[in-house]
Design a protein around this ligand. Structure first.
Ligand code: ADP
Ligand code: AMP
Length: 213
Protein backbone atom coordinates (compact mmCIF):
# COMPACT_ATOMS: atom_id res chain seq x y z
CA UNK A 1 0.00 0.00 0.00
CA UNK A 2 1.24 3.45 -0.92
CA UNK A 3 -0.05 6.85 0.08
CA UNK A 4 0.28 10.47 -0.97
CA UNK A 5 -0.94 13.42 1.09
CA UNK A 6 -2.27 16.61 -0.48
CA UNK A 7 -1.58 19.35 2.03
CA UNK A 8 -2.62 22.98 1.90
CA UNK A 9 -5.18 25.45 3.21
CA UNK A 10 -8.90 25.05 2.50
CA UNK A 11 -9.56 26.22 -1.04
CA UNK A 12 -5.98 25.76 -2.28
CA UNK A 13 -7.27 23.29 -4.87
CA UNK A 14 -6.69 19.85 -3.34
CA UNK A 15 -9.96 18.36 -4.60
CA UNK A 16 -9.48 19.95 -8.03
CA UNK A 17 -6.05 18.35 -8.36
CA UNK A 18 -7.29 15.01 -7.02
CA UNK A 19 -9.80 14.76 -9.88
CA UNK A 20 -6.99 14.20 -12.43
CA UNK A 21 -5.08 11.76 -10.22
CA UNK A 22 -8.03 9.40 -9.89
CA UNK A 23 -7.47 8.50 -13.56
CA UNK A 24 -3.88 7.60 -12.65
CA UNK A 25 -4.89 4.81 -10.29
CA UNK A 26 -5.13 6.76 -7.03
CA UNK A 27 -8.00 6.24 -4.62
CA UNK A 28 -9.11 9.74 -3.63
CA UNK A 29 -9.89 9.96 0.09
CA UNK A 30 -11.39 13.28 1.16
CA UNK A 31 -12.34 13.21 4.83
CA UNK A 32 -14.50 16.29 4.17
CA UNK A 33 -16.46 14.37 1.50
CA UNK A 34 -16.78 11.34 3.82
CA UNK A 35 -18.12 13.56 6.60
CA UNK A 36 -20.56 15.34 4.27
CA UNK A 37 -21.83 11.92 3.17
CA UNK A 38 -22.52 11.10 6.84
CA UNK A 39 -24.41 14.41 7.12
CA UNK A 40 -26.44 13.58 4.01
CA UNK A 41 -27.38 10.20 5.46
CA UNK A 42 -28.25 11.89 8.78
CA UNK A 43 -26.17 9.42 10.82
CA UNK A 44 -25.36 10.21 14.47
CA UNK A 45 -21.75 10.92 13.43
CA UNK A 46 -22.96 13.24 10.65
CA UNK A 47 -25.31 15.18 12.91
CA UNK A 48 -22.52 15.72 15.45
CA UNK A 49 -19.94 16.62 12.79
CA UNK A 50 -22.18 19.17 11.05
CA UNK A 51 -22.30 21.43 14.11
CA UNK A 52 -18.49 21.66 14.14
CA UNK A 53 -18.07 21.88 10.36
CA UNK A 54 -20.58 24.75 10.10
CA UNK A 55 -18.49 26.65 12.64
CA UNK A 56 -15.27 26.00 10.71
CA UNK A 57 -13.92 23.81 13.51
CA UNK A 58 -12.35 20.38 13.21
CA UNK A 59 -14.13 17.13 13.88
CA UNK A 60 -12.36 15.21 16.72
CA UNK A 61 -9.20 13.30 15.73
CA UNK A 62 -10.57 9.91 16.85
CA UNK A 63 -13.59 10.31 14.53
CA UNK A 64 -11.52 10.97 11.38
CA UNK A 65 -8.81 8.47 12.32
CA UNK A 66 -11.57 5.89 12.83
CA UNK A 67 -12.82 6.53 9.28
CA UNK A 68 -9.31 6.06 7.84
CA UNK A 69 -8.76 2.90 9.90
CA UNK A 70 -11.97 1.45 8.47
CA UNK A 71 -10.91 2.36 4.95
CA UNK A 72 -7.52 0.68 5.37
CA UNK A 73 -9.25 -2.37 6.83
CA UNK A 74 -11.17 -2.77 3.56
CA UNK A 75 -8.08 -2.01 1.42
CA UNK A 76 -5.94 -4.22 -0.81
CA UNK A 77 -2.12 -4.54 -0.86
CA UNK A 78 -1.64 -2.65 -4.16
CA UNK A 79 -3.79 0.35 -3.16
CA UNK A 80 -2.51 3.88 -3.81
CA UNK A 81 -4.34 6.29 -1.52
CA UNK A 82 -4.49 10.02 -2.18
CA UNK A 83 -5.40 11.85 1.01
CA UNK A 84 -7.12 15.20 0.67
CA UNK A 85 -7.87 17.09 3.88
CA UNK A 86 -6.28 14.39 6.04
CA UNK A 87 -4.20 14.53 8.17
CA UNK A 88 -5.06 17.96 9.57
CA UNK A 89 -3.46 17.76 13.03
CA UNK A 90 -0.19 16.36 14.36
CA UNK A 91 -2.11 13.62 16.17
CA UNK A 92 -3.71 12.58 12.88
CA UNK A 93 -0.32 12.62 11.11
CA UNK A 94 1.20 10.37 13.77
CA UNK A 95 -1.78 8.00 13.61
CA UNK A 96 -1.50 7.87 9.83
CA UNK A 97 2.19 6.91 10.12
CA UNK A 98 1.24 4.17 12.58
CA UNK A 99 -1.55 2.81 10.39
CA UNK A 100 0.62 2.83 7.25
CA UNK A 101 3.44 1.16 9.21
CA UNK A 102 1.12 -1.57 10.48
CA UNK A 103 0.28 -2.42 6.85
CA UNK A 104 3.93 -2.32 5.73
CA UNK A 105 2.92 0.51 3.45
CA UNK A 106 4.73 3.70 2.54
CA UNK A 107 3.93 7.41 2.54
CA UNK A 108 5.61 8.42 -0.71
CA UNK A 109 5.02 12.14 -0.98
CA UNK A 110 3.40 15.17 0.61
CA UNK A 111 2.34 17.64 -2.07
CA UNK A 112 1.94 21.08 -0.54
CA UNK A 113 -0.36 23.47 -2.42
CA UNK A 114 0.71 26.98 -1.46
CA UNK A 115 -1.95 29.67 -1.76
CA UNK A 116 -2.38 33.02 0.04
CA UNK A 117 -5.51 33.92 2.02
CA UNK A 118 -6.95 36.52 -0.41
CA UNK A 119 -6.99 34.00 -3.28
CA UNK A 120 -8.58 31.43 -0.98
CA UNK A 121 -11.46 33.70 -0.03
CA UNK A 122 -12.15 34.37 -3.74
CA UNK A 123 -11.99 30.66 -4.57
CA UNK A 124 -14.20 29.44 -1.74
CA UNK A 125 -16.77 32.21 -2.24
CA UNK A 126 -17.33 31.02 -5.83
CA UNK A 127 -17.01 27.28 -5.25
CA UNK A 128 -19.86 25.03 -6.33
CA UNK A 129 -19.84 21.25 -6.03
CA UNK A 130 -21.83 18.25 -7.11
CA UNK A 131 -23.40 16.52 -4.09
CA UNK A 132 -23.48 13.22 -6.04
CA UNK A 133 -20.10 12.78 -7.76
CA UNK A 134 -18.26 15.51 -5.76
CA UNK A 135 -16.85 17.27 -8.85
CA UNK A 136 -15.74 20.78 -7.92
CA UNK A 137 -16.44 23.92 -9.96
CA UNK A 138 -15.95 27.66 -9.64
CA UNK A 139 -18.42 30.20 -11.00
CA UNK A 140 -15.59 32.12 -12.69
CA UNK A 141 -12.41 30.01 -12.72
CA UNK A 142 -13.92 26.64 -13.63
CA UNK A 143 -17.60 27.04 -14.54
CA UNK A 144 -19.79 24.11 -15.57
CA UNK A 145 -21.06 24.08 -19.18
CA UNK A 146 -24.57 24.92 -17.95
CA UNK A 147 -24.75 27.25 -14.94
CA UNK A 148 -25.62 25.43 -11.70
CA UNK A 149 -25.57 21.93 -13.23
CA UNK A 150 -22.89 19.21 -12.97
CA UNK A 151 -21.23 18.39 -16.32
CA UNK A 152 -20.70 14.77 -15.26
CA UNK A 153 -24.16 13.69 -14.07
CA UNK A 154 -26.53 16.63 -14.49
CA UNK A 155 -27.12 17.04 -10.73
CA UNK A 156 -27.89 20.52 -9.41
CA UNK A 157 -24.71 22.03 -7.92
CA UNK A 158 -24.63 23.19 -4.33
CA UNK A 159 -22.79 25.86 -2.40
CA UNK A 160 -21.30 24.45 0.79
CA UNK A 161 -22.70 25.79 4.08
CA UNK A 162 -19.14 26.47 5.33
CA UNK A 163 -18.13 28.51 2.25
CA UNK A 164 -19.30 31.83 3.70
CA UNK A 165 -16.89 34.68 4.62
CA UNK A 166 -17.13 34.23 8.41
CA UNK A 167 -16.60 30.45 8.37
CA UNK A 168 -13.83 30.76 5.76
CA UNK A 169 -11.93 33.11 8.11
CA UNK A 170 -12.35 30.66 10.98
CA UNK A 171 -11.16 27.75 8.82
CA UNK A 172 -8.05 29.71 7.81
CA UNK A 173 -7.25 30.42 11.47
CA UNK A 174 -7.67 26.76 12.40
CA UNK A 175 -5.48 25.77 9.43
CA UNK A 176 -2.69 28.12 10.55
CA UNK A 177 -2.84 26.88 14.14
CA UNK A 178 -3.37 23.15 13.69
CA UNK A 179 -2.49 22.07 10.15
CA UNK A 180 0.40 24.32 9.09
CA UNK A 181 2.71 22.64 11.69
CA UNK A 182 2.43 19.47 9.58
CA UNK A 183 4.66 21.15 6.99
CA UNK A 184 7.58 21.06 9.46
CA UNK A 185 6.61 17.52 10.55
CA UNK A 186 6.83 16.23 6.97
CA UNK A 187 9.82 18.40 6.04
CA UNK A 188 11.75 16.60 8.78
CA UNK A 189 10.94 13.37 6.91
CA UNK A 190 12.02 14.98 3.61
CA UNK A 191 8.62 14.32 2.05
CA UNK A 192 7.37 17.81 1.14
CA UNK A 193 7.03 18.86 -2.50
CA UNK A 194 5.73 22.47 -2.64
CA UNK A 195 3.71 23.71 -5.62
CA UNK A 196 2.63 27.27 -6.39
CA UNK A 197 -1.16 26.88 -6.27
CA UNK A 198 -1.83 30.45 -7.43
CA UNK A 199 -1.23 29.26 -11.00
CA UNK A 200 -4.13 28.28 -13.25
CA UNK A 201 -5.95 25.00 -12.60
CA UNK A 202 -4.27 23.45 -15.68
CA UNK A 203 -0.81 24.54 -14.52
CA UNK A 204 -1.29 23.26 -10.98
CA UNK A 205 -2.67 19.95 -12.23
CA UNK A 206 0.26 19.60 -14.66
CA UNK A 207 2.79 20.32 -11.89
CA UNK A 208 1.22 17.69 -9.64
CA UNK A 209 0.95 15.14 -12.46
CA UNK A 210 4.61 15.67 -13.29
CA UNK A 211 5.46 14.72 -9.73
CA UNK A 212 2.94 11.89 -9.19
CA UNK A 213 1.53 10.84 -12.57
P1 ADP B 1 -9.73 22.33 -1.56
O1 ADP B 1 -10.07 20.90 -1.93
O2 ADP B 1 -8.26 22.52 -1.33
O3 ADP B 1 -10.57 22.89 -0.47
P2 ADP B 1 -10.98 22.91 -4.13
O4 ADP B 1 -10.30 21.97 -5.06
O5 ADP B 1 -12.35 22.58 -3.71
O6 ADP B 1 -10.05 23.22 -2.85
O7 ADP B 1 -10.96 24.36 -4.81
C1 ADP B 1 -11.56 25.48 -4.19
C2 ADP B 1 -12.19 26.37 -5.27
O8 ADP B 1 -11.14 26.99 -6.02
C3 ADP B 1 -13.05 25.63 -6.27
O9 ADP B 1 -14.13 26.47 -6.63
C4 ADP B 1 -12.11 25.40 -7.47
O10 ADP B 1 -12.83 25.35 -8.70
C5 ADP B 1 -11.22 26.62 -7.40
N1 ADP B 1 -9.84 26.38 -7.81
C6 ADP B 1 -9.08 25.29 -7.53
N2 ADP B 1 -7.84 25.42 -8.04
C7 ADP B 1 -7.81 26.65 -8.63
C8 ADP B 1 -6.79 27.39 -9.36
N3 ADP B 1 -5.57 26.89 -9.54
N4 ADP B 1 -7.12 28.61 -9.82
C9 ADP B 1 -8.37 29.13 -9.62
N5 ADP B 1 -9.35 28.49 -8.97
C10 ADP B 1 -9.09 27.27 -8.48
P1 AMP C 1 -12.90 19.97 3.62
O1 AMP C 1 -13.94 19.36 2.74
O2 AMP C 1 -11.59 19.25 3.55
O3 AMP C 1 -12.76 21.47 3.39
O4 AMP C 1 -13.41 19.78 5.11
C1 AMP C 1 -14.61 20.38 5.56
C2 AMP C 1 -14.70 20.31 7.07
O5 AMP C 1 -14.76 18.94 7.48
C3 AMP C 1 -13.52 20.90 7.85
O6 AMP C 1 -13.62 22.30 8.02
C4 AMP C 1 -13.63 20.13 9.18
O7 AMP C 1 -14.68 20.64 9.96
C5 AMP C 1 -14.06 18.74 8.72
N1 AMP C 1 -12.89 17.88 8.44
C6 AMP C 1 -12.51 17.36 7.24
N2 AMP C 1 -11.39 16.63 7.36
C7 AMP C 1 -11.03 16.71 8.67
C8 AMP C 1 -9.94 16.18 9.43
N3 AMP C 1 -8.98 15.45 8.83
N4 AMP C 1 -9.90 16.46 10.75
C9 AMP C 1 -10.85 17.19 11.34
N5 AMP C 1 -11.89 17.73 10.70
C10 AMP C 1 -12.00 17.49 9.37
Amino acid sequence: MNAVVLLGPPGAGKGTVAEVLVGKGYKHVSTGDLLREQIRQETALGIEAKVLMDQGKFVPDDVVVGMIRELFGAGKPGDKFLFDGFPRTLVQAEKLDELIGSLNGNLDEVVLLECPADAIVERLSGRRSCPECKTVYHVTFNPPKEAGVCDVDGTELIRRDDDNPETIRQRLTVYAEQTAPLITYYEAKDLVHPIDATQSIEQVRAAVLEKLG
